[in-house]
Design a protein around this ligand. Structure first.
Ligand SMILES: Nc1ncnc2c1ncn2[C@@H]1O[C@H](COP(=O)(O)OP(=O)(O)OP(=O)(O)O)[C@@H](O)[C@H]1O
Ligand SMILES: [Mg+2]
Length: 472
């Protein structure tokens, strides 16, 4: 229930408003003087004040200013007795929502208040959503400890502050380009405006123009109604053009001219639409190479590349894998209400040695799948998908074989039994993974019989045999 405060020295007005507003379902407080009104506003969480401009103690305009100091969101409607327009203008300049001339019909006041309360509640909803997005896309949601990620973070913090600088984000699929684009938007002064995205590769180039710039009624056969384009919808916010490298030559020319002019016309229209957006673009390509190959316009490249952010592939910043893995485990624990405690160091080794062609998205998907399907207490090697655990390079890397060419026995020597033992244990683990834990098949893969396998498991690492569910 919204709370309304009526401040007026005329008893009759206080009384009639109280009755009428209580009938509408509002909570109503009344005050005779400015001082009394201010003290109520300090104590109660008032939504709207009906404030007489002429009060016995303090001038109504001053009371308005003091009310706004107490709570800037407080809506104040002035009631002016003399109806001088000067006073009303002054009140509006000082933050009043509206003014109403006395004498008035209570019906007019109640409908004005109902509308104001509804608008305020919608505004609060919007603010809450924006706040949620701001938290969701905070800088702290970009995880990593590599120099590369630190540099990216430093850069986007600066960029967010520069209100309309155009940004080009390059990086392989799944490296976090969209995440970075959103972090820039939601941490900039444009965060209350919309973040509008369009994937230039997903829309046929014939449709892209009308999607982006909209059209007037009758612009083409199917245009039964006028439609705002995405560039217009993004006004006041940011426009994210994803996969910009896939834009065809005609669209590149059009975009270039729009970016230069900062205005455009809808298709089939004459009216000029001013564009007040920050343009953020992203691409999987090396756009400079595309320019060299004459596939992308050089002048457009320079227009877009005002601020350049490059997201390196995950395999070039392996130190981020550990943090990301832990972050995703926490994320999915919360999301799916699970209680996975962590990941074993052997399993972590497997993740560290993989080349991650799908980058962070692939890592995230794998952790998600393990947590949904296996839901283990601790993620172990047996949960890591075979394609990740058994990459050829991977095997060599784990075993150290790819270094053997220049491997030298250290001065203190090496324990050949221990070394070959751990190598054997790894091969046994691989075979068990590949066989889904079935010892019979694992033994075949290793070209030994199952008794030998059992012997090896017991000797090397009894925990290896625990995933076996098949009768043997
Ligand atoms: N540094 C990071 N920290 C946390 N999560 C990340 C990070 N980088 C990427 N992600 C997550 O990985 C997934 C893929 O990221 P995103 O969609 O931003 O990639 P992209 O570069 O836009 O990929 P594509 O080129 O395929 O569109 C998302 O779920 C994103 O939240
Ligand atoms: Mg993307």
């Amino acid at each position: 229930m919204a709370k309304i405060l009526v401040v007026d020295d005329e008893k009759l007005i206080r009384k009639s408003l109280k009755v009428a507003l209580e009938e509408e379902g509002f909570g109503v407080y009344v005050a005779e003087t400015g001082a009394e009104g201010l003290s109520i506003a300090k104590k109660e969480s008032i939504d709207l004040v009906l404030l007489d401009i002429r009060l016995p103690d303090i001038n109504g305009i001053d009371v308005l200013k003091m009310l706004k100091d107490i709570d800037n969101d407080l809506m104040v409607v002035m009631m002016t007795g003399y109806g001088t327009i000067d006073n009303a203008i002054l009140a509006m300049k000082s933050g009043a929502l509206d003014y109403i001339n006395k004498p008035f019909k209570t019906k007019n006041i109640t409908s004005l208040i109902n509308l104001a309360i509804k608008t305020q509640s919608l505004q609060r909803d919007v603010r809450r959503f924006v706040e949620k997005d701001r938290i969701f896309y905070g800088f702290d949601k970009i995880i990593g400890r590599s120099d590369a990620i630190h540099q990216v973070l430093d850069m986007i913090k600066k960029v967010a502050r520069i209100d309309s600088a155009t940004v080009l984000i390059e990086g392989e699929s799944g490296t976090g380009k969209e995440l970075v684009a959103k972090a820039i938007h939601y941490n900039s002064s444009r965060c209350n405006g919309p973040f509008v995205e369009i994937n230039c590769a997903a829309i046929p180039s014939t449709l892209l123009e009308s999607e982006l710039f909209g059209y007037e009624r009758g612009a083409f056969t199917d245009a039964k109604k006028a439609k705002k384009g995405l560039a217009e919808q993004a006004n006041g916010g940011s426009l994210f053009l994803d996969e910009i490298g896939d834009m065809d030559a005609a669209m590149q020319a059009k975009i270039l001219s729009v970016l230069q002019e900062r205005k455009f016309r809808r298709l089939g229209g004459d009216k000029i639409v001013e564009m007040d957006v920050r343009v953020i673009t992203a691409t999987n390509y090396h756009l400079r190479d595309e320019v060299r190959k004459k596939k992308f316009r050089e002048d457009l490249f320079y227009r877009l590349n005002v601020i350049h952010i490059s997201l390196p592939p995950l395999r070039d910043r392996k130190e981020d894998i550990i943090l990301l893995t832990k972050y995703f485990i926490n994320e999915f624990n919360e999301l799916f209400n699970k209680s996975v405690k962590g990941i074993s160091s052997d399993a972590m080794d497997l993740l560290m040695c993989y080349s991650w062609p799908g980058n962070v998205r692939e890592l995230r998907n794998i952790i998600e799948r393990i947590m949904i399907i296996d839901n283990p207490e601790i993620i172990g090697c047996e949960h890591i998908p075979v394609e990740i655990a058994s990459g050829h390079d991977n095997l060599l890397e784990i075993s150290g074989l790819n270094h053997l060419g220049n491997f030298e026995i250290p001065d203190e020597g090496i324990d050949i039994k221990e070394f070959t033992g751990s190598f054997q244990a790894m091969l046994v683990r691989k075979a068990l993974q590949k066989s889904g834990g079935k010892k019979e098949r694992a033994a075949k893969l290793l070209k030994i019989d199952r008794f030998s396998l059992r012997y090896l498991i017991n000797k090397l690492d009894p925990s290896l045999g625990q995933s076996d569910k098949s009768p043997s």
